[in-house]
Structure formats: C-alpha cells, structure tokens
Design a protein around this ligand. Sequence first.
Ligand SMILES: [Zn+2]
Length: 257
Amino acid sequence: MSKYIDTHCHLNLDTFTHRIDEVLDAAADVGVERVICIGIDIPTSERAIALAETYPQVYAAAGIHPNDCVQPGIPDNWEQIIGEMLNHPKVVAVGETGLDYYWDDAPPEQQQKFLQAHLDLAQSNDLSIVLHNRNSDADMVKLLTSHPHAKGVLHCWSAPWDIASPLLDKGYHISFTGSVTFKKNRLVQEVAQRIPLNRLMLETDSPFLTPAPFRGQKPNEPKYIPAIAQFIADLRGLGIENLARETTRTAEKLFRL
Ligand SMILES: [Zn+2]
C-alpha cells in the first residue's frame, strides 16, 4: 500500500474533538500514516502541539490565519508566543498565515503586516512557511518575491499558472486539496498538471473541502488523501504509487519529517 502524508489538516478544530483516534486510524488504514496539523490562532496552535505530543504520527504548525489576525483574542505579543512554540521539536512549520481578500474579516494592510512577521519568524527559525492565498494573488506574489525567505508551501492552491510560475521560481512548493477534483476547477487542474513533481504536495485541509467522489461527506478527513492522489496521478498520466512516493518524499524533505 502507498504511504501518504496529509500535509495540511485541522484536527485541532472542534469538529474532531473526541474523534481523533478514530480519524487517525481510518487514515492509517488507507496509507495516510502521518499528518501535519495546522494552527489558525494561538489556542489552535497550542492544540496542534498537544496532539503532536500525544500522537507520534502527528506534527504541528503554529501561526495566525489572515482571517483571524484582528480578532480580540490575538494579544500584542503574539510574535513572541508563536516564536516560543516554534522551538517545540514537533513544530515543523510556521503557519498558517497569508492573505485572504475574499472575506473582509481583516483589512489587507493588517494581513500583510502579519504575513511579513510570519515570514521573518520562518526565516529566523529556518522553518518552512504554510501560506493561505484567496483572491490576493498579486499582493501574495509581490510580498513573497520581495522577502528573502523562500521555503514553504502555498496551500489549497486556487490560482492560475501565471501566479504559480514566479512562486515556483522563487522556490516555493504548492499543495492541492480536494478542490482540485471539482469539475469546474480547470485552472487549478492545469497547475497540478504542469508543476514539477518535486514541488507538489497533497493535503485535505480537513474538515473542509471533501474531494470527489466523496464530496457530500462531512467532515472531510485525512483518509481522503488517496482520492486526491488518484485524481492528480490521472491528470499527469502517472501511476498512483509513483505520485504517492514522490509527494511523500517532498513533504519529508520540506518539513524535515
Ligand atoms: Zn488550513
């Protein structure tokens, strides 16, 4: 059986409370043997670390999501708090951070300030960064290409090839969720087809975005990674074993697992 890593999931959200064992077992049954649990604010970053301490197959990322960077719960010294979390041996990345101009939860200038601060943290701790980008392509390219840090992943890819290209040139990786399997997503499928195989990773972003053919099932779970793998393998005319092996190797290298 092929071995996979779900490089981006949110088992730290309430949806999964009391179900972690069941969810991890179901994932392992289909070869998804390791997962990276991603923080979106301080409590969920702490929860990701607690899960990583409890389960050997769970790793964590700590950061503040662009939609959450103004909520009253973000203290002034958040950089120091997140910075301390990065010293934990199972924290393998900074994030998720990024830009989201789809929702207007936080003003763009505030999001950009937080993204710059996360990039600085990733740079000074020599860690990968996990980036969210929604309806903010131009500013994302501008910010990332002008910052010296160049190690990390654009998660839940949603943009066309001309946005992927400069980010790949800079050194970034791209990961795909179940959204790549949605029929109307031609531009994203084109990117999944064209990017170098050694820059491509798989993720569920669970509990969101269940892939076809399981689309009605909620919540999404790490156990659906093989459906995403199969879809991308077919797009690229590759065997699924080959895609599994390469994407797992890429994630191991990027996150030093
Ligand atoms: Zn996420």
